[in-house]
Design a protein around this ligand. Structure first.
Ligand code: URA
Ligand code: CA
Length: 431
């Protein structure tokens, strides 16, 4: 290990064998944290070549269980978002692309953050099972083209250990380390092809566009280098996606979108990501053609029908589709009204996310409980005109007094006297 630290410190390229030796040794506890810390800091300053990143990703993916999806016919495309506020795309995309025949075998996390992950959201549907045997999971994907289950097994233990060490050595923000960390988990999950949604803006991991672009390029390069067809969309996360933030509220928003009446930005992002998934799966020749076919299925009921099949197949109560009141409901609703007339110029995604978390919608630590019912419904988005006294948003809470949350929300929204253009939703696509 001493030699590997020295080599990286002096700017030389590590070989495949070097990287395998290091990841295997570290996973098995044969290399101490202090040496790995020094190596991480050397990487932070020296970076990693494309070949090194690909080798690190492959070695981390191989450090634990690797999911075998080969019993599912077709090209399995996974979608991954780098995380934002109010992002419900998976719940919509899974049945939507499945309605065109794209197999979706999704293992999702519960996730830390402002709201729960896809699995938490699905658990707000009465009866829905997120734990299936592997055989059942594969059966469902072959039969219905869609199944979503919670992550099990020991995936990428090397990444878990490295991430904890990065966290305490000021090396989390190293681009090659971030890119290989994310991609190792995607590769261990068994995808043949990967569509990435890299968010940028206040509510994203990558606040600056140029950092988001760097990360997207690095992940696309790693994916293609290890033989997985990979592309990325860079999308806006200055304001929350869609109009709701909260678990059950986002399930309802997903259902509305599958009925063809969802918020414009959420619908557009789903069609964009879905079109690339469809092309990657070999089911359409061009993204434009795919987008047309996907949009048709949003408006002719086929995507919604597939969602119903998906719920049924995992024990979920399908009555929620027409009776969203069967989803967990918060006890109190409060309006936040505009203090003046104007145009909405800012809805800070990070602050809105924190407010949702204060209501109980998200997990602060791994073990904490989340409240599936609470959250926020925005009535306005950036660019919308608003009159004084009109409601900007509704808070769904399980406490009668949420003054601290209200104050946070007031501070997160800005109104301008001038007309404001909404932000560009899709900033770039990287192949
Ligand atoms: N997300 C990850 O999974 N890994 C990182 O290193 C950073 C964000
Ligand atoms: Ca949303």
């Amino acid at each position: 290990m001493y030699e590997l630290i020295e080599k990286k410190r002096d700017g030389y390229e590590l070989s495949k064998d070097d990287i395998r030796f290091f990841i295997q040794g570290y996973t098995h506890g044969n290399i101490p944290d202090y040496q790995v810390s020094a190596w991480l800091m050397a990487v932070y300053f020296q970076g990693m070549t494309r070949a090194e990143r690909a080798e690190l990703t492959t070695a981390m993916a191989a450090s634990g269980d690797q999911i075998d999806l080969s019993a599912i016919s077709g090209i399995k495309v996974d979608k991954h978002s780098t995380g934002g506020v109010g992002d419900t795309t998976t719940l919509i995309l899974a049945p939507l692309v499945a309605s065109l025949g794209v197999p979706v075998a999704k293992m999702s996390g519960r996730g830390l953050g402002h709201t729960g992950g896809t699995i938490d959201k699905l658990q707000s549907i009465p009866g829905f099972h997120v734990e299936l045997t592997n055989d059942k999971f594969i059966d469902l994907v072959n039969k219905n083209k869609v199944s979503v289950v919670g992550q099990t097994g020991n995936l990428t233990p090397a990444d878990k250990k490295l991430y904890s060490l990065r966290d305490v050595t000021a090396t989390v923000s190293s681009m090659p380390l971030i890119a290989s960390s994310i991609m190792s988990k995607k590769i261990a999950s068994g995808a043949d092809a990967i569509v990435l949604d890299v968010k940028t803006g206040a509510g994203a991991f990558m606040k600056q566009y140029h950092d988001a672009k760097d990360l997207a390029e690095s992940m696309v390069s790693i994916g293609n280098h290890v033989g997985k067809n990979t592309m990325a969309v860079i999308s806006d996360m200055t304001q929350p996606l869609g109009k709701t933030i909260g678990n059950a509220l986002e399930v309802k928003e997903a259902i509305d979108t599958l009925k063809g009446s969802g918020p414009d930005d959420l619908t557009r992002l789903c069609l964009e990501l879905g079109s690339h998934m469809t092309v990657s799966a070999g089911i359409a020749d061009t993204a434009d053609e795919a987008k047309k076919r996907l949009a048709a299925n949003l408006y002719n009921g086929k995507a919604l029908e597939r969602f119903q099949t998906f719920l049924e197949s995992q024990g979920g109560d399908t009555r929620v589709i027409d009776h969203p009141e069967l989803l967990p409901q918060a006890a109190y609703r409060m309006e936040l009204t505009a203090g003046k007339s104007g145009s909405v110029s800012k809805i800070a995604a990070d602050t809105i996310g924190t407010a949702a978390m204060m209501l109980g919608a998200g997990r602060a630590t791994k073990g904490s409980e989340i409240d599936l019912a609470v959250g926020i419904i925005l009535h306005k988005k950036v660019g919308d005109p608003v009159r004084r006294g009109e409601s900007l948003l509704t808070i769904h809470a399980n406490e009668s007094s949420v003054e601290a949350v209200k104050e946070k929300l007031y501070n997160s929204i800005e109104l301008s006297d001038k007309a404001v253009d909404p932000p560009d939703l899709i900033k770039n696509t990287i192949f």
